[in-house]
Design a protein around this ligand. Structure first.
Ligand code: C2E
Ligand code: MG
Ligand code: MG
Length: 491
């Protein structure tokens, strides 16, 4: 027995990178692996992946397990590289594909909640020019819907001959299979991979999953923002604590997996979990607390379509969008249930954006109001006799990142409004004191050439700094506005 343990230690401690043929221990392990494949000693464990937006299981990662009759469990981090060197990863990879797709197809037939089966694929498998074709055959054979399959590839699989790899990936995506980049943040070519290859998701490596006292948070946050700006979903792996979960949720990570929800389990318990509809209760509660209604009003349908496309990518189920190309219908809706954000175009036939904003202020006083402006529209607002009080102006055309930044701020503001808080309460108190000054026209020429008068009206109904913060260059901060003289309130 001691001998066996010694032998396992030696197997496991053999330096990686030495070829199986030149290392007797690795060669022995490779032979044992070949035998294991023949004797059915390999099996799969499954680990659920959970959506932050709902707390529900949306994916399952298949993880290879080898139970050696003498040496017990051997880690895939040890034996997968050996299988690659020994030319065994082809047949092992095929076995994993068949087995995992068959399991997922069984869940699909049983009518369990739809999940995507994520399978790890080695660089060696991708180098086979018929890989995509083989995936198509497995899907056809098992009856698994392509959108219920995803492949996890590491950066090493994607560097090198990217032309060929990109073509394979494109073929797979045409089938409807999702591609995720695994262990992101540990390799060297991350940025190139992200922008050049047809990917759907990025998995942040466990080493970059932040905890409250770690230095990883800025990096994780940057990865999430970058992935989102490229339209990719972000999955965090190795989440072990509530604190990590909270940090990732706050930073808008999309999906997580890790011991905090569930360690990898055999097929039976995995199926039972799906059948029972197991969820992460904290996230479910967060969702109920967080679903906010966003009303979009614009007579141009393409604007609505674009917003409807861009916003859910970032905010998922935490927002519910109601879009109106008829401003009259939007006004009728404002009389209905709570709205958290109202975004309206300025120029529309019949009813204009100022009217929509003013009605929104009256009917949904807690809603955060934002106005969409064309390049010349600010001047129109300045010329207009009516008062208008909005949180931010969004100028067209916008970039995805700008838009999301403003919505991030607006949603935070909406949450504060929901919680009954108001930003800068001291200033508000001052401004709403009886006899508070009335602001006629604020001359901003000195602060920002080109923009003269921006708003008019009683002081406590004008929101200047926050509007101005969105003007080109984000020149204005509350401090700058305070320095500019008149008192203001922000909401
Ligand atoms: P991976 O694809 O990044 O898989 C995630 C690893 O993290 C798994 O290790 C999983 O068991 C582990 N893990 C999950 N949650 C936690 C957590 O909360 N804390 C910690 N500390 N670990 C967690 P595992 O199963 O040992 O797999 C290691 C690696 O082996 C995988 O990393 C993958 O690269 C490779 N691998 C596994 N199965 C296959 C396969 O079927 N084919 C190929 N080519 N590679 C595989
Ligand atoms: Mg993986
Ligand atoms: Mg990984």
């Amino acid at each position: 027995m001691t001998d066996d343990i010694d032998r396992q230690q030696r197997w496991i401690c053999s330096p990686p990178g030495r070829r199986a043929s030149s290392d007797p221990h690795r060669a022995v392990l490779a032979e044992a692996l070949r035998e294991a494949l023949r004797r059915g000693q390999l099996h799969l464990a499954y680990q659920p992946q959970v959506a932050f937006s709902s707390g529900a299981i949306v994916g399952v990662e298949a993880l290879l397990r080898w139970h050696h009759p003498v040496h017990g469990e051997v880690s895939p981090s040890i034996f997968v590289p050996i299988a690659e060197e020994a030319g065994l990863i082809g047949p092992i990879g095929d076995w994993v594909l068949e087995r995992a797709c068959a399991a997922a197809a069984g869940w699909q037939r049983a009518g369990l909640p739809p999940v995507r089966m994520m399978i790890n694929v080695s660089a060696w498998q991708l180098r086979d020019g018929r890989f995509a074709q083989r995936i198509g055959q497995v899907l056809a054979r098992t009856g698994l819907q392509p959108r219920r399959l995803g492949l996890e590839l590491t950066e090493t699989a994607l560097i090198g001959d990217t032309g060929d790899v990109a073509a394979q990936l494109a073929r797979l995506r045409r089938l409807g299979v999702e591609i995720a980049l695994d262990d992101f943040g540990t390799g060297h070519s991350s940025l190139t991979c992200l922008s050049r290859l047809p990917l759907d998701a990025v998995k942040i490596d466990r080493s970059l999953v932040p905890s409250v006292d770690s230095d990883a948070l800025p990096i994780t946050r940057a990865i999430i923002a970058m992935a989102h700006s490229l339209g990719l979903r972000v999955v965090a792996e190795g989440v072990e604590t509530e604190g990590q979960l909270e940090l990732l949720a706050t930073n808008r990570c999309d999906v997580f997996q890790g011991y905090h929800f569930c360690a990898p389990v055999p097929a039976g318990p995995m199926e039972a979990m799906l059948r029972a509809g197991r969820r992460m209760p904290v996230l479910e509660r967060r969702r109920t607390a967080c679903t906010r209604t966003v009303l979009l009003v614009d007579d141009e349908r393409w604007v609505l379509d674009r917003l409807r496309q861009q916003l859910p990518l970032r905010f998922g189920e935490t927002i519910r969008i109601e879009a109106f190309d008829d401003p009259h219908a939007a006004l009728a809706r404002l009389r209905g249930p709570q709205v958290d954000i109202v975004v309206s175009d300025l120029l529309m036939p019949g009813v204009d954006g100022i009217t929509v904003m003013n009605r929104a202020k009256e009917l949904q006083p807690a809603a955060v109001r934002m106005m969409l402006l064309g390049p010349a529209d600010l001047a129109r607002i300045i010329e207009d006799e009516r008062q208008v009080d909005v949180y931010r102006y969004l100028t067209k055309p916008w970039t995805g990142e700008q838009l999301l930044k403003h919505f991030d701020a607006a949603l935070a503001q909406a949450d504060r409004a929901r919680a009954g808080q108001v930003l800068d309460e001291t200033l508000l108190d001052e401004a709403s004191r009886p006899g508070a000054e009335t602001l006629e026209l604020l001359d901003l020429e000195a602060a920002e050439p080109g923009i003269t008068r921006v708003a008019r009206g009683p002081m406590d109904e004008v929101v200047l700094p926050s509007q101005l913060m969105t003007l080109p260059g984000d020149l204005w901060t509350p401090e700058a506005a305070r320095d500019a003289g008149p008192r203001w309130r922000s909401f």
